[in-house]
Design a protein around this ligand. Sequence first.
Ligand code: URP
Ligand code: ZN
Ligand code: ZN
Length: 457
Amino acid sequence: MNILLRGGLVVSSVNTKRLDVLISNGKILKIGRHLNDKEAQVVDCSGKLIFPGFIDAHTHFDLEVCDTVTADDFSTGTKAAVCGGTTTIVDFATQNKGETLSHALNNWHLKAFSKSSCDYAFHMAISDWNERVKEEIAAMFEQGVTSFKVYMTYDAMMLSDEEIFDVLSTLKKYGGIAGVHCENDGVIKALTKDYKNNENLSATTHPRVRPALCEAEAVDRLISIARIVDVPVVIVHLSSKESLQVVKKHRENGAVVYVETCPQYLLLDESRYEQKGLQSARFVCSPPLRTKSDNAALWHALKNGEIQTVATDHCSFTLEQKSVGLEDFSKMPNGLPSVETRPVLMYSYGVCKRKITLEQMCKLLSENPAKLYGMYPKKGVIRVGSDADIVIFDPKASGFISKNTHHSKSDYTPYEGVHTKGRVDTVYLRGKLVVKNGEVVLENKGKYVKRAVSDLK
Ligand code: URP
Ligand code: ZN
Ligand code: ZN
């Protein structure tokens, strides 16, 4: 049956207009004023905002880290995602050393297939680069994997500068793009050794061994390599004003650099690490939380278009899993849960605080990730012919974030007790009603999204 969303305020990256939206066969059939369809189920959307389904292009579900596995797999992670209005996630299929890329991709398809409640795509994280792996890159593109992640730190995954150069040169042939985790590994190791020698092993030490300049140096090196190869590159989870300055410098010299940041780098700061034990452990992620002045610089950069996407880097653990590193911070699994809370946080603390506009929120959370990762205009926009991935958002509602009401399997949220404005009320995934009154009403309808190459201008 067709569905007619009547009288809502439809948000795009350029404007917000009162329009009706007619959905048929999972697609958007018509958009206009005073639409009529005698057969359609009519949904009154007056007073509501209508967003294109949000896209979270940075999640880690069912990932092995530090001898444990993330609390959320594709089942719980995508349920949490869709409850918060995210209708597509792009997770990191991750190659273990010695594995082929096709093995890793197959592994991730098995993890996600028939268990996903929102649509999903994969980046490929390359941990082991050699001639055989290089030959697999063409097959990745054929299977809709057009973006790749490279780590500049973490022993299990990092590549050398020489390997990064070769990865970027190879991707260039296919029009592919790399998202890079930028931190200077050598400095992190040296600082970790110093702090351990002085028996500073609590989570409070975590941000001290990963200072902002460690990130900025790696961002500088990465963009320099990308400029030599002459390819665009994405800096994922950028956290500091120092890194923003580096990006600015390279852009002024002609580099094409896309920047992603995450809610934790906008809303939380390093004071969280001053608390004792698990209170501080629950905020351990890499890069670490920075200062309030970094938060402000990132908001400013969102406002003036220097940052292109806001993703979550959702990598969730329980407090018990985090507690493994209580005696030694370097053994703690890194990462935070937030796949469910990103849209409402960006609305409450971005739009309502006038740090970004409604249209910018739509661009950062829907349109730009769709374009950057080759899914536009199927995803990321309310347009005739696009997938009917739609979020009906009630701007008048308010609430609090709590572990007691979230859908992640993590037994904490970094935003416990945080007041929110607005609420995701209803979500359609390719025309199917999947969330009603903020709760999942239809599970496991997510499908794999085969992506084209990046097309963000
Ligand atoms: O601490 C984090 N961010 N863990 C997830 C893996 C990564 O670096 O993206
Ligand atoms: Zn990373
Ligand atoms: Zn990540």
